[in-house]
Design a protein around this ligand. Structure first.
Ligand code: HXC
Length: 512
């Protein structure tokens, strides 16, 4: 037995060295952790149980015949994070560039299936040159297994991707199928790299400009969090998981909080009464949620819409809010997509929604129309209407037109609607309304400027207040800003056992 155990230990030690000391050092010299260091730093101490450590490829061609590829370039297994079970896969760039061969991908897909069977989140740490070229279509087949598994897990257990190194070609599609993507500043992600782009289109671009973390946050919206480095990415991943349930049949963990529901006078002073003045909606969010703790998702993308996780009385909520500081909070294509996706994630995982409204409307413009603001704006209507979790709408100031409905109005599904005295719920702003209805009359008036001001004031009096909407039962209560947290907390408490049945069907058809 001693000899056998020695042999086992030697084999295990060889696998632990991945692509060998030299390559591991190279990885560290680049300021990156190795695949195993990432796992160790992500999970609770000594909780990692590895699967498939001795898995081997079965290729014989193109230099792979008889070649040992430790763990086939990916570390997979189960562990706990903050005491809760997760399954994970961590690609080892020191082993053939973390390239995904058949067995590599089957190991990843196996970890995902265990996630599904055990109702535990799946975390995929990516660092890979893509399909393992030497394995030809077997590697494509492996990717197919991973992609399909991503879809089977979607909406059943949370899936988080960390992009810690190259993520090229097919490698980029598994992250794109997961719920959240965290990319480090040392990583690049693209379907076709700079060289291919130059050959095909003649465009010249660096890998960083093309697929760096900022590019994917600002332009493509593929990334949800940008991390400084591996350590930061692992921290964000743990923090994100702390807000999420392990699966769609559970509630998120409750984090006790001493914050009370007493009036908060700060809230009376954050929002300017002048409806044209900007302010940072995140200041309002901070005053309403537990410990001012807000995990903003896609903080650098479509910044006219703010989404993210927080807690109220210890329970996770998803917050969706217009950002009056950017484009006056108007909803454009990117903002509609960002919010819709977030709403659908929360709904899938039983996370109640709190929507804060200060919106002048959908953003007008040729570019917006050509890029599909009708289709993308409709996604927002679809996402809220299809959601069955408790939903609270808070109207702070402007709530105009289609955007009023799209930001979770009573008619689209809000269970509780609160408005501040500054709220203006109307079909459109007063200035626009008088132009449409009274253009002729104003032109013919003796003093057009004075008449215009008079009509605007009349319109405001008649329509632009919370009381008209409250009179129509579209607002449940007009509240003092200072009491906002109390009202939202109570509404969520009373809605906790909400049940909302929908007709059976295969699935609805969100306008993609
Ligand atoms: C096999 C690969 C590989 C791959 C890298 N390696 N990518 N082996 N298949 N796809 C190996 C290298 O041969 C090298 O082996 C080691 O990994 C490290 O690679 P380097 O090039 O030395 O590292 P670096 O300079 O850091 O460059 C990293 C890289 C580059 C940018 C990722 O390797 C690269 O461009 N790789 C190819 C990327 C790509 O085009 N992928 C798309 C594949 S097709 P040694 O033995 O020297 O250490 C695809 C389609 C799938 O993915 C579609 C599915 C639907």
């Amino acid at each position: 037995m001693d000899d056998l155990v020695d042999d086992l230990r030697q084999r295990r030690d060889t696998v632990m060295l991945g692509g060998g000391e030299k390559r591991l050092e190279k990885q560290r010299d680049q300021g990156k952790m190795t695949a195993r260091e990432r796992v160790d730093n992500l999970v609770d101490d000594a909780s990692f149980e590895e699967f498939g450590i001795f898995a081997e490829h079965r290729q014989t061609q193109f230099g792979l015949g008889g070649r040992v590829i430790p763990a086939d370039g990916v570390v997979t297994g189960a562990a706990s994070i903050d005491g809760r079970l997760v399954h994970l896969a961590s690609q080892d760039f020191t082993v053939l560039g973390g390239s995904a061969g058949e067995v590599h991908s089957l190991k990843v897909a196996d970890a995902m299936k265990r996630s599904l069977k055990t109702g535990s989140p799946f975390v995929f740490l990516n660092d890979s040159g893509g399909a393992r070229v030497q394995e030809g279509i077997d590697s494509l087949s492996g990717y197919g297994q991973v992609f399909r598994s991503n879809v089977l897990l979607s909406g059943a257990v949370p899936q988080i991707s960390l992009i810690c190194g190259p993520c090229a070609g097919g490698a980029a599609y598994s992250p794109a199928l997961t719920d959240f993507v965290i990319q480090t500043r040392k990583a690049q992600m693209f379907i076709t790299g700079p060289q291919v782009i130059k050959q095909v289109t003649g465009e010249e671009i660096t890998a960083e400009q093309l697929g760096g973390a900022d590019s994917h946050m600002i332009h493509s919206g593929v990334v949800h969090f940008v991390a400084r480095d591996d350590a930061d990415a692992l921290h964000i991943c743990r923090r994100l998981l702390s807000f999420l349930p392990s699966n769609n049949l559970e509630d998120a963990p409750i984090v006790p909080c001493d914050d009370n529901l007493e009036p908060n006078p700060e809230l009376n002073n954050i929002v300017p009464v002048d409806h044209k003045a900007g302010y940072d909606i995140r200041a309002v969010i901070a005053e309403v949620v537990d410990r001012k703790d807000f995990l903003e998702v896609q903080a650098g993308h479509a910044t006219n819409m703010v989404v993210g996780f927080a807690r109220i009385l210890g329970r996770t909520v998803g917050i969706i809010a217009n950002q009056p500081m950017v484009l006056a909070g108007a909803i454009d294509n990117h903002a509609a997509n960002k919010a819709s996706r977030f709403i659908r994630f929360c709904n899938a995982f039983n996370i109640p929604l709190v929507t804060m409204v200060d919106v002048p409307g959908y953003l007008p413009g040729v570019e917006q129309e050509y890029n599909g603001i009708i289709r993308n704006g409709a996604k927002l209507l679809f996402a809220y209407s299809a959601a069955t979790v408790p939903m609270v709408q808070l109207i702070l100031r402007k709530s105009y037109g289609g955007a009023h409905v799209a930001m979770c109005s009573r008619d689209i599904g809000a269970d509780a609607v609160f408005a501040w005295p500054t709220a203006e719920v109307a079909v459109m702003g007063a200035e626009g309304a008088v132009e449409i209805v009274f253009r002729k009359e104003m032109a013919e008036a003796e003093d057009p400027v004075a008449r215009r001001a008079e009509l605007i004031a009349e319109y405001r009096e008649a329509f632009a207040s919370p009381y008209v909407a409250a009179g129509r039962r579209l607002v449940d209560d007009v509240i003092e800003p200072a009491d906002t947290r109390k009202h939202i907390a109570r509404a969520l408490e009373y809605l906790r056992n909400k049940r909302d049945q929908r007709p059976p069907k295969k699935h609805g058809l969100i306008p993609l």
